[in-house]
Design a protein around this ligand. Structure first.
Ligand code: HEM
Length: 306
């Protein structure tokens, strides 16, 4: 199978740099060549600083795709599923290019980010840059360990990577990105037991509630779905906390071999179950952005550059 980009199944890192660009150059051939060059930049830093566990992902926005690679479209590529119910909103804020850089060294992320921006200069505008960081023992800023139920080992590939059923795009991955901003004051005012009920796990020890104890509004209840055959519907999450002393939240990233699992989970969180019981985590955290991408295989990006 075509080789997926290294950042898709990479293990979690200490630092991330997320860059969101809109393309202002209609010479798509130049942009294709630049993207292939960015893969070389990732590889160069990975070789030079192997201890930093460098990885990167280049992802192309759903609406920009046809401009960049006319004639060849990933079978399931679709815009971000904008959703709204009562005061819960998952807005779509489309973006042409998403570059994810991760490493165990902040300086290496910075250096790669600078080279990427230099390479794309004049062709794009950078409209968002966010630094993600590992917090305590892999917790998000609400204090709960994040990523525990993520697929591991070979299962990551099965969940995140398109297979031979879409042969032109095998080795690629559908990516959804949302920047959540959390109301930390309100969250911290909540008693521990209520926080734990909302996540469906204990806070300090990260132990999952039993099925009987898990409320229908718990985040892990609303996001843990099964298909008609009883199989788990899965995504690979690579979210990381971001923020400063004023703004705090989670940069949420979902990768999957189809956009459907993410869409179903988000729907279950925002609209809730058949009784309208929604994900109570959404009372404390608000999605400020939402964009859908496809990250093609390495060979696709290299081949399509001419
Ligand atoms: C689980 C936090 C948004 C999907 C979890 C867990 C935490 C968490 C603490 C439990 C540990 C784990 O298994 O990782 C958050 C926060 C979010 C957020 C703070 C936003 C600010 C989302 C979104 C989705 C999602 C938008 C998908 C649309 C999942 C899934 C699980 C999970 C699939 C595993 C459920 C299970 O099988 O137990 N999340 N999450 N999360 N989350 Fe989120």
């Amino acid at each position: 199978m075509a080789q997926p980009q290294k950042g898709i199944c990479a293990e979690p890192n200490l630092h991330a740099q997320y860059l969101m660009f809109n393309v202002i150059d209609d010479d798509s051939q130049v942009v294709r060549a630049k993207l292939a060059h960015i893969l070389d930049v990732f590889e160069h830093y990975d070789n030079e600083h192997y201890e930093a566990m460098v990885s990167g992902v280049i992802a192309i926005g759903a609406s920009y795709w046809t401009e960049l690679y006319p004639g060849l479209i990933p079978q399931e590529l679709a815009p971000f599923p904008d959703m709204e119910c009562e005061d819960r909103h998952a807005p779509a804020t489309p973006c042409d290019l998403f570059i994810q850089i991760r490493a165990d060294r902040a300086d290496v992320c910075f250096a790669i980010g600078s080279e990427v921006c230099e390479l794309l200069k004049g062709h794009v505008e950078l409209f968002e840059e966010v630094k993600g960081f590992r917090y305590l023992d892999g917790r998000d800023l609400i204090g709960f360990v994040d990523g525990t139920e993520n697929p591991r080992g070979m299962r990551k590939l099965a969940v995140a990577i398109v297979g031979d059923d879409d042969p032109d795009f095998a080795g690629g991955s559908y990516i959804h990105v949302q920047r959540y901003r959390t109301n930390m004051d309100n969250w911290q005012r909540l008693p521990l037991k209520q926080q734990e009920d909302i996540i469906g796990r204990t806070k300090t020890d990260n132990i999952e509630y039993s099925a009987d104890d898990k409320p229908a509004f718990a985040h892990t209840k609303r996001s843990s779905l099964k298909d008609d055959q009883g199989n788990s519907i899965e995504i690979l999450r690579q979210s990381m906390p971001y923020g400063d002393m004023t703004v705090k939240g989670l940069f949420f990233i979902s990768l999957a071999k189809s956009p459907k699992p993410f869409t179903l989970m988000l729907k279950s969180m925002v609209f809730g179950d058949e009784d309208g019981v929604y994900d109570r985590l959404l009372d404390f955290t608000v999605a400020e952005t939402g964009a859908a991408f496809f990250a093609p295989s390495i060979s696709f990006i290299k081949k399509a550059k001419d």
